[in-house]
Design a protein around this ligand. Structure first.
Ligand code: ZN
Length: 66
């Protein structure tokens, strides 16, 4: 694995590459997002990612607002 390379398509459990099994529009938060379901072919670990617009993310994750 390459240090410093953040990749949400890699299995958190075993480090194998994850394939996206499903990708669908998702608007449960009041704005358009894309939800992806991924399953690790190596260990069976399942993850879901929700991709949200960057401007919305800036409002939601105000980690360095001080
Ligand atoms: Zn895995």
């Amino acid at each position: 694995m390459t240090a410093g390379h953040l990749n949400c398509t890699v299995c958190p459990s075993c480090g194998a590459k994850l394939a996206a099994k499903d990708s669908r529009p998702h608007d449960a938060y009041g704005f358009a997002t894309v939800r992806r379901r991924r399953v690790c072919d190596s260990c069976g670990y399942r993850v879901q990612t929700v991709e949200i617009p960057a401007d919305v993310a800036d409002d939601v994750f105000q980690e360095d607002a001080a």
